[in-house]
Design a protein around this ligand. Structure first.
Ligand code: AKG
Ligand code: FE2
Length: 369
């Protein structure tokens, strides 16, 4: 999501953030509540097996500019990546490198603003279900007093539908020139990429191309989250973002072009995701895992910290509308793959998802409640 703050299980007061992590990184000793108790965050669990690497999909080969053979071949790769990893590097996506550079630079400029300026866009308490927007940092939720905090600040925005944008949280030109126009341009382009991917994913399973897309409803909800991870004095003990699954159908992530930090779990091992210039990282979220009846995986992933360099990432999260009900596509249910999930209203799904998220559990365990 994000996850981390955009959603809230129920209307409730939220404890104000203790501090922005950017401040902590400069000024203070590491507070206890960021320290993981039982893991060596950057330790042995990370695989050294070089043959385990996140697959790459050439999106240009999924479009009409490709031959039938190319399309079939790439669709097969997409299917296999979605089943076995739930994550891939998207290349050939037609979004100009200059636009990726612009949106990255704007993100960096936002976090570089003086704190008083950023606080103009600060998240306030949760006043509506599923609505914590703005600039903030991880905070202890009432539902989970033992929560260990993530070493990151964020700016969360509802991006689509455009009518639902809450512009008080969107840095305006007086703070940061071109923030809105650049994010707009980036979002138009990532939306086309999202549609190509989700339709190709349906076709790769032999479904009609809108089988997943239509379940998302109209309007769909798109959240944009900017993640800012300052250098951390104890990267061995502290997560930038604790392990989680994303809740939407698909996430399109612009990872930091130079600083690694994202890790994804595969075969019970953590695999570090390399920086690939010009690529976007796509991952499946819990709602698409449900719609695909568990055939596609919503991967368990996390961001680790480092002691030297700031890292920034930017995610666009494509969600079904809160009022939609989602369920496995009927033709993906059969004797060999019986129904894994009941029909569920997104609102109910998200309430459980967010609770699980803050407790460090996979969101899709909602079905066990
Ligand atoms: O910073 C990253 O690489 C991961 C971000 C992420 O997983 C998220 O925002 O949900
Ligand atoms: Fe994520």
């Amino acid at each position: 999501m994000d996850a981390k703050g955009v959603l809230s299980a129920a209307p409730q007061e939220q404890t104000a953030p203790l501090k922005y992590v950017q401040d902590l990184a400069i000024n203070e000793e590491l507070p206890q509540r960021y320290i993981q108790k039982d893991v060596n965050v950057n330790g042995k669990q990370v695989t050294a097996d070089d043959s385990l690497s996140v697959p790459t999909i050439d999106v240009s080969r999924l479009t009409d500019s490709a031959s039938i053979e190319e399309k079939e071949e790439e669709m097969e790769k997409l299917k296999s990546a979605s089943i076995s990893w739930g994550m891939f590097q998207a290349v050939g996506h037609a979004i100009p490198k200059s636009l990726l550079d612009d949106i990255y630079n704007i993100s960096k400029q936002f976090f570089d603003l003086p704190l008083e300026e950023k606080q103009k866009y600060a998240s306030s308490k949760v006043d509506e279900v599923f609505d914590l927007q703005g600039f903030g940092s991880d905070s202890i939720k009432e539902t989970n007093a033992d929560q260990i905090l993530d070493w990151s600040d964020y700016l969360n925005l509802v991006n689509e539908p455009i009518a639902d944008r809450n512009l008080q949280y969107w840095p305006g030109d007086a703070s940061l020139l071109n923030f809105r126009s650049t994010l707009d341009e980036y979002s138009v382009q990532t939306r086309s990429l999202f549609e190509i991917i989700i339709k190709s994913m349906a076709k790769s399973l032999g479904l009609e191309e809108n089988a997943f897309f239509d379940q998302l409803g109209d309007p769909q909800i798109v959240y944009t989250t900017f993640n800012f991870y300052p250098p951390c004095p104890r990267p061995d003990l502290v997560y930038g973002l604790k392990a989680h699954t994303d809740g939407g159908a698909i996430t399109i992530l612009l990872p930091d072009p130079e600083v690694r930090g994202l890790q994804v779990q595969k075969n019970d091992q953590w695999v570090s995701v390399p920086c690939v210039p010009g690529a976007l990282l796509v991952n499946i979220g819990d709602s698409l895992q449900v719609m695909s009846n568990g055939i596609f995986k919503s991967p368990w992933h996390r961001a680790v910290t480092n002691s030297e360099r700031t890292r920034i990432s930017l995610g666009n999260f494509y969600f079904p509308h809160h009022d939609r009900e989602i369920e496995p596509v009927a033709s993906l249910i059969d004797y060999s793959n019986p129904r894994k999930y009941d029909k569920v209203k997104m609102k109910d799904f998200l309430a459980v998802y967010y609770k699980n998220y803050s407790e460090g559990k996979p969101g899709y365990d909602w079905n066990s409640l």
